[in-house]
Design a protein around this ligand. Structure first.
Ligand SMILES: Cc1ncc(COP(=O)(O)O)c(C=O)c1O
Length: 386
């Protein structure tokens, strides 16, 4: 990894982690093995580590500027393995009130079953964090931009407030919406980055995967406690191979996701069926200045509030021809979904309101299709609402 340390992102996404191959193969083989010969191998058992996983772990550590990374079976596998590693009964978490629905239910419904107290706050106001820190706080947890409202949170400012209070509290950032191409939270003061690599990192919608990135000490603990003993959430070698393949084009894919999103936003802002557009790139979007500071581009995710009843919106969403009505994000295909009934159905009506998720909100993961075809698809569907 050292030899690529100062090279461009594009070079590192392709080359970091490759070992010399006995046959000179350009693409590393897939190590489909559960165990390793005990006397000679540096590996032991694939629930702990495997050469196919080491390759992608080195790539992600390099791209996120972390000391080390751990590959997991899914994003929730990464989040739960890392949290179970960091926490004990009696500890407290301060979490953003606007987060992915299953992370929300992990924190709201399930962590408390094991004696962990979780407080949800609006982290756009940093006072909400500083006045709730206690000697029992062990983790501060958020996404930015938040799923699905795209609310932007100030990573450097949050990390500073938390670490000024107690440098041992771990600031976790879910960087799924950006990928390391757009944002690197560890360089802004965060301690742990988690990813659903199911999304942009793999980018092809054909697997589930996750990563935890951080200090070598924390990642080693996650490996031997979080994954080996607690969740068993191991990435398969086959999926590691596919993730390595997807990663080779992360930068070019992200550039097109961002450019397509910017053009789609321009169109949506003008359409009479659209009440509001949520996109960090809009100059009048709250958090735009923070986004400019911590993101290299504004991303491929956006949301809109549509006019009309829930039934009318539900019917309209079934009329797309190019886009697909589906959860998930970061794929080549444009995916459209209704957070209140799909990704965030784990939220109560009250929680949805607190998180700023409206009844008429539609989340869009802008894909890599021709932008004119996407705009035409949206025009046809949205025209049915006016
Ligand atoms: C921001 C975010 N984090 C984590 C996850 C969970 O990832 P996975 O589905 O890979 O478990 C998702 C899934 O949609 C997500 O959107």
């Amino acid at each position: 990894m050292e030899e690529f340390k100062n090279m461009d992102f594009a070079t590192r996404q392709i080359h970091v982690g490759k070992e010399p191959d006995q046959y000179g193969a350009l693409v590393p083989p897939i190590y489909m093995t559960s165990t390793f010969e005990a006397v000679t191998s540096q590996y032991f058992y694939s629930r702990i580590s495997n050469p196919s996983l080491t390759l992608v772990e080195k790539k992600i550590a390099s791209l996120e500027h972390g000391e080390a990374a751990l590959a997991t079976a899914s994003g929730i596998g990464a989040i739960s393995s890392a949290l179970w590693t960091a926490l004990n009964a009696g500890d407290e978490i301060i979490a953003s009130e606007t987060i992915y629905g299953c992370t929300f239910s992990l924190l709201k419904e399930n962590m408390p079953r094991f004696g962990v107290k979780v407080l949800f706050v609006d982290m756009a106001d940093i006072e909400n964090i500083s006045r709730n820190l206690t000697p029992r706080t062990k983790v501060v947890y958020f996404e930015t931009p938040c799923n699905p409202t795209l609310k932007v949170l100030d990573i450097a400012a949050i990390a500073k407030v938390v670490h000024d209070y107690n440098p041992d509290i771990k600031v976790f950032v879910d960087n799924t919406f950006c990928s390391p191409y757009i944002q690197t939270p560890l360089t802004l003061g965060a301690d742990v980055v988690v990813h659903s690599a199911t999304k942009y990192i793999n980018g092809h919608g054909d697997l589930l995967a996750g990563f935890v990135v951080g200090s070598s000490e924390f990642i080693e603990k996650c490996r031997v406690i979080g994954v080996k003993d607690m969740t068993g959430s191991v990435m398969s070698p086959m999926n590691a191979f596919l993730v390595a393949r997807g990663l080779k084009t992360l930068d070019v894919r992200m550039e097109k996701h961002c450019s397509n999103a910017e053009k789609l936003v321009e169109f949506l802002r003008q359409h009479p069926a659209v009440e509001k557009v949520y996109y960090p790139g809009l100059e009048d979007f709250p958090g735009h200045e923070i986004a400019k500071k911590q993101m290299s581009r504004f991303g491929g995710m956006l949301a809109i509030d549509l006019k009309g009843s829930r039934e009318q919106i539900g019917e309209a969403l079934q009329k797309f021809e190019v886009c697909t009505l589906a959860v998930s994000l970061g794929d080549a295909e444009t995916l459209v979904e209704h957070p209140a009934t799909m990704t965030h159905s784990t939220y109560s009506a009250e929680d949805l309101k607190a998180a700023g998720i409206s009844e008429g909100m539609v989340r869009i993961s802008v894909g890599l299709e021709g932008i004119d075809d996407l705009i035409e698809d949206f025009r046809r569907v949205l025209d049915t609402l006016v």
